[in-house]
Design a protein around this ligand. Structure first.
Ligand SMILES: *[C@@H]1O[C@H](CO)[C@@H](O)[C@H](O)[C@H]1NC(C)=O
Ligand SMILES: *[C@@H]1O[C@H](CO)[C@@H](O)[C@H](O)[C@H]1NC(C)=O
Ligand SMILES: *[C@@H]1O[C@H](CO)[C@@H](O)[C@H](O)[C@H]1NC(C)=O
Ligand SMILES: *[C@@H]1O[C@H](CO)[C@@H](O)[C@H](O)[C@H]1NC(C)=O
Ligand SMILES: *[C@@H]1O[C@H](CO)[C@@H](O)[C@H](O)[C@H]1NC(C)=O
Ligand SMILES: *[C@@H]1O[C@H](CO)[C@@H](O)[C@H](O)[C@H]1NC(C)=O
Ligand SMILES: *[C@@H]1O[C@H](CO)[C@@H](O)[C@H](O)[C@H]1NC(C)=O
Length: 338
C-alpha cells in the first residue's frame, strides 16, 4: 500500500503552500515571470475559452488558479464547476478549457509551474464580452405641448454599450443625443413621433428599440374655403384644422348650430370638415362658422356662401360688385369736375 501512495498527493501541502503564496491576493514570494505582463483572452458569453499553458518538463508540478482558489492541481480537479476541464493535446500541454463562459468567469487565471529550481507562473486575463441588449426603455408617452419629457433607455453588455437616441421624423431627418436619458424641454408638436434608442458595442450588431411620443396641442384652423354657388346647385364649404387629439367640428349659421338635415350635410374626417348644401336657395347665402375643438382648446373660422356676381373681399366679407361702366363714369365725372 505504501508504494502506491501518489507522490503528488504526498507533496500536495507543500505545493499548495507555494501556490497560495502566488495568488494575487498575497504577495508573490518569487515570481520570475510576473513582470512579463498579462495576456488578455477575449471570449463571448456562452463560448468556450481555452487558456493555454505549456510546461517544459512533464515532471513539473503544475496548477491552475484563479483569484479565489485552485482550479486544478496536477490532474486533480479542485473546482466543482463542471464547465472547467484540462485540455491536454500532448504530454506537455496543460491548458484550461472553460465552457459556456459567463461574466463572472472574467478575471485573471494563473498557470503555475513548479520545476526543480524555481516556480514559474504565467497569467492570462479572461475578458468576457456580452452583446448589447436594451433592458428597459420608456413606454410610449402622450404629453401636452410645452411639457418637459424625459425618455430613458437602459442597456446591458460588455463593454458597456454606447446609447444613442434618434428622432425618426416623417422626412427622415434625425437628431442625435448620446445618453441613457433623452431630455426634451418644452416639447413642440414638431418633436412628436418615434424616437429610436440604439445600444451598441463592438461585440455584435446593435440592439434597437423605439418609443412613440405623442404631443397634444389645441386646434388651429389651417384652411377655410368660402364658396360661390348659384341657386339650384350643390355647394360646399370646407374647413381644415390641425390638432392632437384630432379635432371635433361644429358648424354654425350666424349663432345657430347646424345639423345634417333639411338639405344640409356635414361630413367630418380626421382634421377636415365640409358643409354641403344639396340645393342652394336664396336663404343659404351668408355667413357660416366652422368651429374646431379638442380637449386642449377651441377655435373658429368664418366662411361665406356667396351669391354669384358678388366679390370676395380680403376677409371674406361681401362687397357688391360695382359695374365697370359706373366706375368709369365716376372717374370721368371727377376729371371733368361735374
Ligand atoms: C489587457 O486589457 C487591459 C484592459 O482591459 C489593457 O489595459 C491591457 O493593456 C491589455 N493587455 C494586453 C497584453 O493586451
Ligand atoms: C474561481 O474558480 C472557482 C472554481 O472554479 C469558481 O467557483 C470561481 O467562480 C472562480 N472565480 C473567478 C473570479 O473566476
Ligand atoms: C424601467 O425603468 C423605470 C424607470 O427607471 C422603472 O420604473 C421600471 O421599473 C424599470 N422596468 C424594468 C423592467 O426594469
Ligand atoms: C421644464 O424644465 C425647465 C428647466 O428645468 C423648468 O424651468 C420648467 O419649469 C419645466 N417646465 C415644466 C412644464 O415642467
Ligand atoms: C331645388 O329646390 C327648388 C326649389 O325648392 C326646386 O324647384 C328644385 O327642383 C330643387 N332642385 C333639385 C336638384 O332638387
Ligand atoms: C368664434 O371665436 C370668437 C373669438 O374667439 C368667439 O367670440 C365666437 O363666439 C366664436 N364663435 C363661435 C360660433 O363659436
Ligand atoms: C361672420 O360672423 C363672424 C362671427 O359670427 C364675424 O366675426 C364675421 O365678421 C362675419 N363675416 C361676415 C362677412 O359677415
Amino acid at each position: 500500500m505504501v508504494g502506491r501512495v501518489q507522490p503528488d498527493r504526498k507533496q500536495l501541502p507543500l505545493v499548495l503552500l507555494r501556490l497560495l503564496c502566488l495568488l494575487p491576493t498575497g504577495l508573490p514570494v518569487r515570481s520570475v515571470d510576473f513582470n512579463r505582463g498579462t495576456d488578455n483572452i477575449t471570449v463571448r458569453q456562452g463560448d468556450t475559452a481555452i487558456l493555454r499553458c505549456v510546461v517544459e518538463d512533464k515532471n513539473s508540478k503544475v496548477a491552475w488558479l484563479n483569484r479565489s482558489g485552485i482550479i486544478f492541481a496536477g490532474h486533480d480537479k479542485w473546482s466543482l464547476d463542471p464547465r472547467v476541464e484540462l485540455e491536454k493535446r500532448h504530454s506537455l500541454e496543460y491548458s484550461l478549457r472553460i465552457q459556456k463562459v459567463d461574466v463572472y468567469d472574467e478575471g485573471s487565471y494563473t498557470c503555475s509551474v513548479q520545476t526543480q529550481h524555481e516556480p514559474k507562473t504565467s497569467q492570462v486575463y479572461l475578458i468576457v464580452q456580452v452583446p448589447p441588449k436594451i433592458s428597459n426603455i420608456s413606454s410610449d408617452v402622450t404629453v401636452n405641448e410645452g411639457s418637459n419629457v424625459t425618455l430613458v433607455c437602459m442597456a446591458n453588455g460588455r463593454p458597456e454599450p454606447v446609447i444613442t437616441w434618434r428622432h425618426l421624423t416623417p422626412t427622415g431627418r434625425e437628431f442625435e443625443g448620446e445618453e441613457e436619458y433623452l431630455e426634451i424641454l418644452g416639447i413642440t408638436r414638431e418633436q412628436s413621433g418615434k424616437y429610436e434608442c440604439k445600444a451598441a458595442n463592438e461585440v455584435s450588431s446593435a440592439d434597437v428599440k423605439q418609443v412613440k411620443v405623442t404631443v397634444n396641442y389645441p386646434p388651429t384652423i389651417t384652411e377655410s374655403k368660402s364658396n360661390e354657388a348659384t341657386t339650384g346647385r350643390q355647394a360646399s364649404l370646407k374647413c381644415e384644422a390641425s390638432a392632437v387629439p384630432a379635432p371635433d367640428f361644429e358648424w354654425y349659421r350666424d349663432d345657430t348650430r347646424i345639423n345634417s338635415a333639411n338639405g344640409l350635410e356635414i361630413k367630418s374626417t380626421e382634421g377636415q370638415s365640409s358643409l354641403t348644401v344639396t340645393n342652394v336657395t336664396e336663404e343659404h347665402y351668408g355667413n357660416y362658422t366652422c368651429v374646431a375643438a379638442n380637449k386642449l382648446g377651441v377655435t373658429n373660422a368664418s366662411l361665406v356662401l356667396f351669391r354669384p356676381g358678388s366679390v370676395r373681399g380680403i376677409n371674406g366679407s361681401i362687397s357688391l360688385a360695382v359695374p365697370l361702366w359706373l366706375l368709369a363714369a365716376s372717374l370721368l365725372c371727377l376729371l371733368s369736375k361735374c
